[in-house]
Design a protein around this ligand. Structure first.
Ligand SMILES: CSCC[C@H](NC=O)C(=O)N[C@@H](C)C(=O)O
Length: 722
C-alpha cells in the first residue's frame, strides 16, 4: 500500500516553520568560580545560540546565561539565570580571564556609515569605545571567530595581564584613485592606476578576507598597533598570547604563489609561529612542511596542543594531535594518523577545530569532539601515553559537541536526528578515575516521538572491493517515520553528502526531520571516502570518484529496498556540491531508477571547473593526480577529469532535475549548473533551475534555504506521480 505523504505547500511550510524554531548552540564560556555569601561555589555559563527567523529572513543570534553550583567535581545545582537576549551588532566579544571586564567589537552605523568600535566594559560601565574605523590603522576586523567551529583566522584575546587585546583585521589598503581624479592631477607622473588591481582572497565564503594582520590594543594607552616583522609570504590568524605575555603565537598560512580556498580545506601549508614582542623576532615553531591549526595553550602554560595534517592531498584528512613544549622547544606527536581502526574502535581524528579550551585542569589530558563513523563522540586523550577514551561511546545520543571546558567543567551540545540540540554540563572525572561523566541538562529539548533513526553498515560486494584498499565498510543513516503499518511502503529520498571527504553524523538535521514528518524515509550515505572511518577509506576514493562512491550509494539504496518497506517507484536523490555530483552521476548511470533529482551547486564537469574554482587542487587530487601550483593538467589528466564527471552520462539521463544555484559560489561556480541545465534541455529532459542572488556555495541564507527546501519536496512529489 502506498503511503500518503504531505503534499500541500501550506502544510509543508507549516511543518518547516515549526521545526526550524529549534536553535543551535554556537558558543559557551565558563566564568570564574565565585563563592556565594553562604559558602557555595558557582560559575556563570554564557551561551550563544542561533535560530532561523523566517519572518525577518535572517539567522538571529541570542544569548542566555546559566548558573552552575558545584564542588569542583560535580554539579550541585544548576539553572538558567534570566531569559534570552538577542545579540545585534556584535562582531566579536570576550570576557577577560578574571571575568571583571568584557571586550566587544561592535558594528554600528554613524550618520548612515558602518563603523567598527572596540569597546571595553567593566562592571556596568562602558569604559572605552574606540572608533577603529576612524583610527584607519587597519581594515575590517575578522568576524570568523564568532563561532569556534567556523574560525579560520579570527580571534579576540585578552592578554594574561588583562592590559592588552589581540585581534585579526584586514590590512589597511591605501585608497585607490583613478589617473583622472582631482587629487591625482597634481601628483607626480606614474602615481595612481591602482583602482582596478585584482586582490586575491581566501576563496569560498572568505571573499572579504585577503591580507590579515595581527592587531593589538593597549587598553590603558588607547593605542592600536599593527604587528610588523612577520614573514611577507604568510597570512596570520588564530593568535593568542604566549606565556608571560612576552609575545604572540599564531598560525601563518603561506599565500604564495597564490591563495587557495580555505573553507573545508584544512590541508593548506601553514605553520605555528611566535612573534617575540620584547625582541621583535618572529620564529617558526613547526616544520612548515605540513598544515596546522587550532593551537591551544595548556592551563599550566607549558605546552601548546595543535592539529596537523599533510598539505594538498584530500581536502579533509585524518589529523595528528601534536604538542609543542614551550620550554624544551620539542615537538611530539600525541595521537598519530589512523589508517585502519583497530580493536579499540578509535578511527582517528577528523576535527578541523578544537574547542576554545580543550585541556583538563591538570594539563595532562585533551578533550575534543570528533566524528567516529556515523556518530560524533567526545574523546579524551592522555598526553603522556596517547591513550584515548571515549566519554560518550555508550550513549544513545548520536552527536556530542564540546563547546568549552574550564577547570574540568565541560559544556556540551548534544543532538540526534529525532532530538534538537540541548545543552549539558558535566565534570571530567579525575585522571585515574574509572567513573563515567555525570551529565546534567541546562537546556533540554523535546524528542520527536514520530521520528526513528538507525545506522546501517554495508560491506561492498566483492566485485566493488578496492584492491588497493581492500575490505572497507561504510555506513548509512536511515531516518524514517516511526510506527508505519506493515503494508505501507514509504517514498525514499537518498542523500549522499558532499566533500567527498566529509561525513553525515547522527545529529539534528532540519530537512531530514521535516521530510520524515511529511512521510518520507531519508537515506544519508557515508560512502567509502567519508571521514571518520580511518585514512585508508579517504584514500580509497582518490582517482575513483564517479564510480566507487556512486556504486556505494546505489548498493546502500538497493539494500534498503530489499527490506520491503520502501516504494521502489518513489525513490528520489538529492545532494549538494560533491553530493550533487553523485546525484547527477546516479541518474546518469542508473537511468530511470530515480524518479526525481535535486542538486545544489553540483560539480558537473571537473575539466571545465578546474580553471574557475577556488580549489583547483581538489579536481586533480580527486581525479587521482598530484597537484602542483605551477603545473597545468596534461591532456590525459584533462581527459580523465571529463570522463569521471556526471556530464559524461548526460545522454542517459531520464530523471527530471531541479538545480539550485548560488550566484556567488566561488567553490563550484554557477556555470557548472548552467552547463548541465543546457545539456538536459537540449535532450528534452525536464529541468528547472533556481538562481539565488547573494548566495554562495552553501545556499544557507534563510530565504534561499527554505525556498530550496520547499521547491525540492514539491519537485519530488510532482515527479513521483508522473
Ligand atoms: C571544487 S568543489 C568540491 C566539492 C566540495 N568540496 C569541498 O569543498 C563539496 O562537496 N562541499 C560540500 C562540503 C558542501 O558544500 O556541501
Amino acid at each position: 500500500m502506498d503511503s500518503k505523504v504531505m503534499s500541500s505547500p501550506g502544510e509543508i511550510a507549516r511543518v518547516y516553520k515549526e521545526l526550524s524554531l529549534y536553535p543551535s548552540l554556537s558558543r559557551a564560556d565558563v566564568g570564574p568560580v565565585i563563592t556565594s555569601q553562604y559558602g557555595g561555589k558557582y560559575s556563570n555559563i554564557y551561551t550563544e545560540w542561533s535560530q532561523r527567523d523566517l519572518e525577518r529572513n535572517e539567522n538571529v543570534k541570542f544569548c542566555r546565561q546559566y548558573i552552575v553550583f558545584h564542588d569542583d567535581k560535580s554539579v550541585v545545582y544548576s539553572g538558567a539565570s534570566g531569559n534570552c537576549t538577542e545579540i545585534k551588532g556584535e562582531v566579536l566579544s570576550k570576557d577577560s580571564p578574571s571575568g571583571d571586564m568584557k571586550a566587544v567589537v561592535r558594528e554600528s552605523s554613524v550618520k548612515g556609515e558602518d563603523k567598527q568600535f572596540l569597546e571595553v566594559w567593566s562592571k556596568n560601565i562602558k569604559m572605552k569605545s574606540i572608533n577603529l574605523s576612524a583610527l584607519k590603522k587597519h581594515g575590517k576586523v575578522y568576524d570568523d571567530a564568532s563561532c569556534y567551529y567556523l574560525t579560520l583566522f579570527g580571534c579576540l584575546v585578552w592578554s594574561h595581564s588583562e592590559t592588552h587585546l589581540l585581534y585579526v583585521a584586514e590590512k589597511k589598503r591605501p585608497k585607490a584613485e583613478s589617473f583622472f581624479q582631482k587629487s591625482r592631477i597634481y601628483r607626480p607622473a606614474g602615481a595612481g592606476g591602482e583602482q582596478f588591481v585584482f586582490h586575491e582572497d581566501w576563496g569560498e565564503a572568505l571573499g572579504d578576507k585577503s591580507c590579515p594582520v595581527l592587531c593589538i590594543l593597549d587598553i590603558e594607552g588607547d593605542f592600536v598597533s599593527v604587528l610588523d616583522g612577520l614573514p611577507d609570504d604568510i597570512s596570520p590568524g588564530q593568535a593568542f598570547w604566549a606565556p608571560g605575555d612576552t609575545g604572540v603565537v599564531f598560525i601563518g598560512w603561506w599565500h604564495e604563489p597564490f591563495r587557495l580556498g580555505l573553507k573545508y580545506c584544512p590541508n593548506r601549508r601553514s605553520a605555528l609561529f611566535y612573534m617575540d614582542l620584547t625582541g621583535g623576532k618572529c620564529e617558526q615553531l613547526s616544520s612548515g612542511k605540513t598544515s596546522v591549526c587550532s593551537p591551544r595553550l595548556s592551563p599550566d602554560q607549558c605546552r601548546i596542543a595543535y592539529l596537523e595534517c599533510s598539505v594538498y592531498g584530500p581536502h579533509m584528512q585524518c589529523s595528528k594531535l601534536c604538542m609543542y613544549d614551550w620550554y624544551t622547544k620539542k615537538t611530539s606527536v600525541v595521537v598519530d594518523v589512523i589508517k585502519r581502526p583497530g580493536k579499540d574502535g578509535f578511527t582517528g581524528i577528523y576535527s578541523s577545530q578544537l574547542s576554545p579550551q580543550c585541556w583538563s585542569a591538570d594539563s595532562q589530558r585533551i578533550i575534543f569532539a570528533c566524528p567516529q563513523r556515523s556518530r560524533k563522540d567526545l574523546l579524551m586523550v592522555d598526553i603522556n601515553t596517547g591513550s584515548i577514551n571515549s566519554l560518550t561511546a555508550k550513549s544513545d545520543i548520536g552527536s556530542w559537541c564540546l563547546l568549552n571546558i574550564e577547570r574540568d567543567l565541560m559544556v556540551v551540545s548534544c543532538s540526534s536526528p529525532n532530538c534538537p540540540p540541548s545543552l549539558w554540563v558535566g565534570f571530567l572525572p579525575g585522571i585515574d578515575s574509572q567513573e563515567n561523566v555525570d551529565w546534567v541538562t541546562l537546556e533540554d529539548s523535546e524528542k520527536l516521538q514520530d521520528v526513528d533513526w538507525q545506522i546501517l553498515t554495508f560491506t561492498p560486494p566483492s566485485e566493488d572491493d578496492n584492491s588497493q584498499y581492500s575490505n572497507l565498510e561504510f555506513d548509512a543513516l536511515l531516518i524514517k517515520p516511526k510506527e508505519v503499518k506493515d503494508e505501507v511502503k514509504l517514498p525514499l529520498i537518498v542523500t549522499p553528502h558532499g566533500g567527498p571527504h566529509s561525513v553525515i553524523v547522527a545529529e539534528w538535521l532540519l530537512s531530514s526531520a521535516v521530510l520524515c514528518r511529511m512521510g518520507f524515509a531519508v537515506l544519508l550515505v557515508n560512502y567509502r571516502g567519508s571521514i571518520g572511518y580511518g585514512e585508508d577509506s579517504i584514500y580509497s576514493l582518490l582517482g575513483n570518484v564517479g564510480t566507487q562512491d556512486v556504486k556505494d550509494v546505489q548498493f546502500a539504496v538497493e539494500s534498503v529496498l530489499k527490506s520491503g518497506s520502501i516504494d521502489e517507484q518513489k525513490v528520489a536523490v538529492s545532494g549538494g556540491s560533491h553530493g550533487g555530483f553523485l546525484a547527477c552521476h546516479l541518474i546518469g548511470q542508473y537511468p530511470g531508477f530515480y524518479k526525481a533529482c535535486v542538486a545544489r551547486n553540483p560539480v558537473i564537469n571537473m575539466a571545465s571547473m578546474i580553471g574557475s574554482t577556488d580549489i583547483p587542487d581538489w579536481c586533480m587530487v580527486e581525479a587521482g593526480f598530484v597537484f602542483n601550483t605551477d603545473c597545468l593538467p596534461d591532456a590525459a589528466e584533462w581527459e580523465k577529469m571529463l570522463n569521471i564527471s556526471p556530464i559524461k552520462y548526460v545522454s542517459q539521463v531520464k530523471t527530471p532535475v531541479l538545480l539550485t544555484i548560488g550566484e556567488d559560489d566561488k567553490r563550484v561556480p554557477n556555470k557548472q549548473g548552467i552547463e548541465y541545465y543546457k545539456a538536459l534541455k537540449a535532450r528534452q529532459i525536464p529541468v528547472r533551475l533556481l538562481w539565488y542572488p547573494g548566495n554562495n556555495h552553501s545556499l544557507s541564507k534563510v530565504d534561499a534555504e527554505s525556498d530550496g527546501f520547499m521547491n525540492m519536496v514539491l519537485w519530488m512529489i510532482q515527479h513521483f506521480s508522473d
